[in-house]
Design a protein around this ligand. Structure first.
Ligand SMILES: Cc1cc2nc3c(=O)[nH]c(=O)nc-3n(C[C@H](O)[C@H](O)[C@H](O)COP(=O)(O)OP(=O)(O)OC[C@H]3O[C@@H](n4cnc5c(N)ncnc54)[C@H](O)[C@@H]3O)c2cc1C
Length: 389
């Protein structure tokens, strides 16, 4: 692959190469996995072997040292091909936490193996059943005893745990009533799932409306060595925030990919489907919603690239990353609705894949951050309005 900051031509080459790879995984591949709620093992292996999941790992650790801009192009193309990057996207954004805050020993031990695919870092554990979006209130507690942390608590909707070797786990190390600020006292542990499962960690799959390997986690005095701590104890919330902007930009790109896929499919169908002796796409009632959805995808894409550019230059990008995620998730959802409407009854038939992608893209109104929480961020941090929660 290529070096650090890539130009438009290299971006196009990257797009073409990912498109080629995705071409080997047609609609039927994703459709069958969806029906079986199965993990796209072959696809993730192909993506790993081609080096794409190591895009953000620096070259010295065996990755390609690319930026979030390029990583976002990779994920966009997966979704644009009709696939679902949700099966593997977390490796891209969890990586940053290890890269920015991990010790030299942790980076040496894990990054080269993640780059080759020998180890997968696909799981990121934040959400808890009783506290949800109110992250600083999370209750999973890691208590230090000698050279170990003992972890007790519960997480919910933690994805890809069954297909990952490592889990970045957010825990409380100082009880909330003993900290000055509620965001203090949180820490991040890099948990080796191969040792943890069955020895204090129980994983229970949650079946959802789309094929997304998500689970509930129960920590029952799980022992984790202290050298699993990433960065300093108690500063985990700050590390978490650092990674969230990358996550938002990458998810925005997936939504853009979805949106383009919906519009391509629906436009094609609108040209081919003849009713009342003419293509349905000749009716303004059919073409205008498609045109509007396209406009909104393109606008969201500009914000996605703006946010990615700021991120890659090390500039603050919190508002742009949040706005990109909101615009792109709204635009992909609009495009999904238009695509189903354009297909009439066939939009609901599994063989057309519209209903599958419709279910998949709906997630991004809620996860990894819900629309309301983004609006609350913009209201407070951009417009200076009083904090509403
Ligand atoms: C398929 C799937 C995969 C996931 N994968 C992961 C994962 O890998 N790791 C992980 O940590 N988490 C994961 N999540 C969790 C996801 O990040 C949360 O579902 C999301 O952050 C919302 O939290 P919640 O579900 O607890 O909703 P809640 O926080 O209970 O919110 C419910 C609703 O109330 C609204 N709301 C809440 N508070 C306010 C407020 N103050 N103002 C206005 N509206 C408000 C929200 O916008 C939302 O619409 C996943 C979720 C799903 C569904």
């Amino acid at each position: 692959m290529m070096g650090a900051v890539a130009g438009a031509e290299l971006h196009q080459d990257l797009r073409n190469a990912v498109r080629d790879l995705c071409g080997g995984f047609p609609d039927s591949y994703w459709r069958e996995l969806d029906a079986a709620r199965a993990y796209p093992e072959t696809f993730v292996k192909a993506l790993t072997d081609a080096g794409y999941l190591a895009a953000l790992i620096p070259e010295e650790f065996g990755g390609s040292g690319l930026g979030v801009t390029e990583a976002s192009i990779i994920l966009e193309e997966i979704n644009r091909s009709g696939g679902n990057a949700g099966a593997c996207h977390a490796q891209m954004y969890t990586m940053g936490t290890l890269l920015r805050h991990g010790s030299a020993a942790q980076k040496r031990a894990f990054l080269p193996k993640i780059a080759t695919g020998e180890l997968r870092l696909q799981a990121f554990g934040v959400t808890e059943p009783t506290t949800g979006s109110d992250t600083t209130q999370l209750k999973t507690m890691a208590t230090r005893t000698g050279d170990r942390y003992v972890v007790r608590g519960q997480k919910v909707f933690i994805s890809r745990v069954e297909y990952s070797d490592l889990l970045l786990l957010v825990v409380r190390t100082t009880p909330i009533d003993q900290v000055k600020k509620r965001s203090d006292g949180l820490s991040i542990l890099l948990v080796d799932l191969r040792q943890a499962i069955g020895h204090g960690l129980t994983v229970r799959p949650i079946r959802t409306m789309m094929n997304h390997a998500t689970t509930e986690l129960f920590f029952d005095d799980l022992e984790v060595p202290v050298d699993a701590l990433v960065g300093d104890e108690g500063r985990g919330f700050r590390y978490l925030l650092d990674g969230l902007n990358a996550e938002r930009i990458l998810i925005a790109a997936e939504c853009i990919g979805d949106g383009r896929w919906f519009i391509d499919r629906a436009s094609r169908y609108a040209k081919e489907r003849i009713v009342f002796n003419r293509p349905i796409g000749q009716n303004q009632g059919v073409q205008f919603p498609l045109a509007r959805a396209h406009v909104n995808i393109e606008a969201a894409d500009l914000m996605r690239f703006r946010a990615a550019e700021l991120f890659d230059h090390g500039e603050p990008c919190g508002s742009e990353a949040n706005m990109a995620k909101l615009l792109a998730a709204d635009a992909s959802w609009e495009a999904a609705n238009v695509a189903i409407q354009t297909h009439g009854g066939f939009g609901f038939a599994e063989d057309y894949d519209i209903e599958r992608k419709f279910r998949e893209t709906r997630l991004y109104q809620v996860a990894p951050i819900s629309t309301n929480l983004i609006l609350a961020y913009v209201a407070e941090h951009v417009l200076g309005l009083p904090r509403s929660y």
